[in-house]
Design a protein around this ligand. Sequence first.
Ligand code: N01
Length: 486
Amino acid sequence: MAGTRRGLRIAVIGAGAGGIAAAIRLRERGVSDVVIFEKAGEPGGTWRDNTYPGITCDVPSHLYRFSFAPNPDWSHKYSPGPEIQAYMRKVAADYGVEARIRFNSEVLSATWTGGGWEIVTTQGPQGRFDAVITAVGILHHPSLPDIEGLDDFAGAAFHTARWDHSVPLEGRRIGVIGTGSTAIQIVPAIVDRAEKVSLFQRTAQWILPEPNLPIAEEKRAAYRADPALLEDQYAHLAQAFNGAFCAAVAGEAPEVYARMAQACRDNLATVADPELRARLTPDYRMGCKRLIVSSLFYPAIQRPDAELVTDPIARIEAGGVRTADGRLHDLDILVLATGFDAHHPFGDMHITGRSGRSLSETWAKGNVTYRGVTVPDLPNWFMLGGPNSPLGNFSFLMTAERQLDYVLQLVDLLRDGRASEITPRPEPTAAWTQALKDKLAGSIWASGCRSWYFDAHGNVATYPWSYETFEAEMKAPVLEDYALSA
Ligand code: N01
């Protein structure tokens, strides 16, 4: 089906890692009429929003980079959040992306009408676009705990993604609710500054020890001088992380899994007090929840000025947190490290497809996608980091680029006039969804723990196959699975 090449107008939603990569790679492809709608006043997504003490990315930095912008200058194996945010900003500036971003423009609605998407933001109607690429992030709607009395707390209380830096931590009694990756990074970073840190744990975690070593200046100079060295390091990490670590969690490398599980058990064994060690021991298999990486947490929680609280929280009062044993834990600051809602990626955005039905209605009992990238009834709607993207301990930048490889091939069909509307057909979508559920049923994520991977209906947010399978799927769209209208 050949056609006439046409100019496309594309809306990208979100100026985080996915949105930045989309704008750059669309331009390489000859599509330059691109508008990025960003709800906030600066780009960066996760790395703009999360500024809590101790923030690092627990994916190695040399894997956490855009393929087109290798960075020889990372300071650490796992670099701190501000450095990653500076990298995002630099890439956006170097590639002229910032000029395409409409800041403070939260998308309120996207409606398919007359062969295009009508977009309305908080700044008003934005006109019609031939296609939409969403890059809204997976973990950006904070989950606040449903605990009685939360509003009664007299001190400062904030979610980790809304850290209030005006509140001094020095000499304060700080409570942290939650034991996910975020809390495990925060506790060691604040324990020196606080008078006392009380960590409220509902579920213990498996923690893989991994020292965060600085990258010596000589090494960085060598990377600068020889880009091939940097590429070797990337390939090595991609194999170690995606080919081994994540394959192990996906059930495809049992020997690696056994080694990792042993490393977690050995790490736990470093906790000297048997009673504390027992309370820190998970009752589920390693990898069921997203694996935590830290060499700092166990030393921090064993300090005399830190306390692990495992009695359930009964309620929050003006003076602190009251646990079920009747004890009031007196606090000046309460940090809610209670995670994110990963199941409503578009939040309150009103999305209306070709049928006139809203996406929130269609997805009321769970998000249904075709290969995590497209959605029946939403023509020319392409998602980066959409439901059922690989999550776990992967590099999201890598994932977004593989998804872009796929999306751009569909965009080519629009650009070259070979299709004007691209929508996944319902049958292949149902088949993929069923395969996902079947694979998931025997997976580690469904092996008996509570995690943010699952929604209230038991649907999973992640991708249950290996990264290799994901990369193979993203290489080229199976066009028979799509309805392409000329
Ligand atoms: O959130 P989480 P997170 N009462 O959902 C507890 C990414 N990330 O912000 O386990 C008491 O993991 C809840 O308890 P339980 C990464 O993908 C990446 O830490 O459900 N407790 C849990 O302990 C990560 O997985 C980096 O029993 C309550 C905690 O809050 C994801 O973000 C760094 C509660 C929430 O843990 C989310 O991590 C940081 C209640 N009512 C984060 N409600 C990198 O370095 C919830 N909890 C890449």
